[in-house]
Design a protein around this ligand. Structure first.
Ligand code: BEZ
Length: 208
């Protein structure tokens, strides 16, 4: 079944390159990113897994990859990734040969490929609710800068009554949430509110 924003992220237990993981327990109070790879020993996926550096941990985000190949293949592939991408893969990769996780998260789109997964991304909050989904085709590697940008926005808007405009990056002005009155905005955002239209009000990023 399709997974929509606000849904509870399906829980599962799975074998990974770092041992057995109970997904919800493993997440604990952290944010999480679950992302799928069409197959091991494929070039685009190899470049993607080499990109997962410390930026996720700095944001209290745990990263978990899934591929429908078995654990032995994952182990050999991790060696290749470390060698070719000059990195050390330090997050678990789920072995999902029975496609339990792939099916629970609707990662197999039969009209694209009936065996391999598409490139799915799920961002999951500490409340275990799905906060973002993105689906890329197998032939397009993901932008991890974009995924980090969305995490910054999600973590900010979870704590402050703001939204973030197009192409926003951490540190830039935010939009005052439409439900906030002008009086409340003046109180909530002491750095100032710039009103362009009644529905378009900017304020400096409140947590900076
Ligand atoms: C890749 O990861 O390189 C890939 C996987 C499936 C189809 C095309 C590319």
């Amino acid at each position: 079944m399709a997974i929509r924003l606000g849904d509870s992220a399906p829980n599962f237990t799975a074998q990974t390159t770092e041992g057995e993981v109970d997904f919800h327990q493993w997440l604990g109070d952290s944010w999480g990113v679950l992302f799928s790879h069409p197959a091991d020993f494929t070039p685009v996926c190899t470049t993607e897994l080499g990109k997962m550096k410390g930026e996720f941990a700095q944001r209290n985000v745990k990263v978990l990859a899934v591929s429908v190949d078995p654990l032995g293949a994952h182990r050999g592939w991790v060696e290749d990734i470390n060698e070719t991408q000059a990195c050390t893969v330090n997050f678990p990769i789920i072995a999902d040969p029975e496609r339990r996780v792939a099916l629970a998260y609707d990662m197999i789109h039969p009209n694209a490929d009936d065996k391999a997964t598409v490139r799915s991304v799920f961002i999951i909050g500490p409340d275990k609710k799905v906060k973002l989904t993105i689906t890329y085709p197998a032939s397009t590697g993901r932008s991890f800068a974009e995924i980090l940008r969305v995490i910054d926005s999600l973590q900010l808007t979870a704590k402050h009554k703001v939204a973030t405009p197009a192409d926003w990056k951490d540190g830039q002005d935010c939009i005052v949430a439409p439900a906030v009155s002008d009086d409340d905005a003046a109180r909530l955002f002491p750095k100032g509110v710039r009103k362009i239209k009644p529905y378009l009000r900017y304020t400096p990023q409140p947590n900076r």
